[in-house]
Design a protein around this ligand. Structure first.
Ligand code: ATP
Length: 361
């Protein structure tokens, strides 16, 4: 158990700045997820915390102790990799026991610990097998058991569920949540899967190009993204973005080629407060209602394509010269080319600065 404080950390590889001035405070026992696309700098960040890379600038503390000069072995972290990294010739039992053997713990104590964690992760009946005789999900459980067999100050996990199929990933997500509650230890977890981040994290740190974009609760990164990158990276389908201008012919509105959407005064005031006359309107697909022609609604559009996903339909509709995506119940059946009306939930729209991409509302 430890609070982890990363202070203004920069790590470069030659000309590539993998992590750029990162400051991140992870509370004791927090489940912090570092989320970002491939190449964002996630693994590098974890490796710096583990002591496997040395940052050029900044420092890292565990509680009040600076660990910059502490060797990886003495940092007391457990690292779980995407690739499991199990010893192929050792049995499951020996794999799980290996961190304790290295610490010269007594045989009885090792046996008690191995069986305890194996039971927790439902692998106790496979202790005599070799890793190759296990499924991917079971191998990942063994890797987690090996990390859990001693009580590290911090768990570092680098995309541990990536190699699992969808069903197992969902199951393991639930297990990881239980594990975190059981172990009562700080988790620093890396993924590029926004669903994993939303479902696991106490807080999510969104990283892009080595730069932290936003650190906040799952609810807040979804409901109040700090910029267009966060808004587009989190949520599926991706948020709709429409470049538009503020107009005011009696009623304030946002308008672009072929459409105009009236807006409440507070939205107009936010745009004016930012001294803008053009903005990027962001609307999530679930915040637009799609109705057949003839219904009341804000905007006229035309169905371009439909993606039936079983529990919902995703419609691509043409709005003026733009295309946007709308999520509907599976019972909404419309054909390509049908004219429709759209209703936009004004209380849930987002506005972004057209140049800086920062959220202005
Ligand atoms: P992924 O999700 O694909 O694993 P990531 O977010 O973990 O990506 P990193 O592996 O941390 O990203 O890489 C960040 C940047 O640093 C990338 O541009 C990568 O090519 C570069 N990089 C990482 N390790 C090294 C290295 N040992 N030598 C040179 N460049 C590296």
């Amino acid at each position: 158990m430890a609070r982890v404080t990363i202070n203004d950390m920069t790590k470069k590889f030659g000309r590539v700045t993998a992590v750029d001035g990162m400051s991140l405070d992870i509370a004791d026992r927090e489940f912090m997820v570092l989320l970002g696309p491939s190449g964002a700098g996630k693994t590098t960040t974890l490796r710096c915390v583990a002591g496997l890379e040395t940052p050029e600038e900044g420092n890292i503390r565990f509680d009040d102790e600076s660990i910059d000069k502490v060797s990886p072995a003495l940092r007391d972290v457990a690292f779980v990799f995407q690739s499991y990294a199990l010893y192929p010739r050792k049995s499951v039992y020996e794999n799980i026991a290996s961190p304790l053997m290295a610490r010269k713990v007594s045989k009885d104590e090792i046996d008690r610990k191995v069986r305890e964690v194996a039971q927790k992760l439902h692998i106790e009946s496979k202790l005599e097998r070799k890793p190759a005789q296990l499924s991917g999900g079971e191998q990942q459980r063994v890797a987690l058991c090996r990390a859990m067999v001693r009580q590290p100050r911090v768990f570092l996990m680098d995309e541990p569920l990536t190699n699992l199929d969808f069903k197992l990933r969902v199951e393991m997500r639930t297990e990881l949540k239980h594990l975190h509650a059981d172990l009562d230890t700080t988790f620093f977890y890396v993924t590029n899967d926004q669903l994993e981040a939303l479902s696991l994290a106490d807080r999510i740190a969104v990283l892009n190009n080595g730069l932290l974009q936003q650190v906040d609760t799952p609810e807040n990164v979804y409901e109040h993204p700090a910029n267009r990158f966060v808004a587009s990276f989190i949520g599926s389908p991706t948020m709709n973005f429409l470049d538009c201008a503020l107009t005011n012919d009696g009623t304030p509105a946002l308008a672009a080629d072929g459409w105009s959407l009236t807006i409440p005064d507070n939205v107009r005031d936010a745009i004016k407060g930012a001294e803008l006359d053009r903005v990027v309107l962001g609307v999530r697909s679930e915040d637009i209602a799609l109705r057949p022609q003839g219904s009341s609604g804000d905007l006229d559009a035309e169905v371009f394509s439909v993606e039936p996903l079983g529990d919902r339909n995703i419609y691509d509709v043409q709005l003026g010269s733009s295309y946007i995506r709308v999520k509907t119940a599976p019972t909404v059946m419309l054909d390509i080319g049908d004219r429709v009306r759209l209703n936009v939930d004004r209380a849930r729209i987002h506005l972004f600065h057209p140049k800086t991409d920062r959220a202005i509302m």
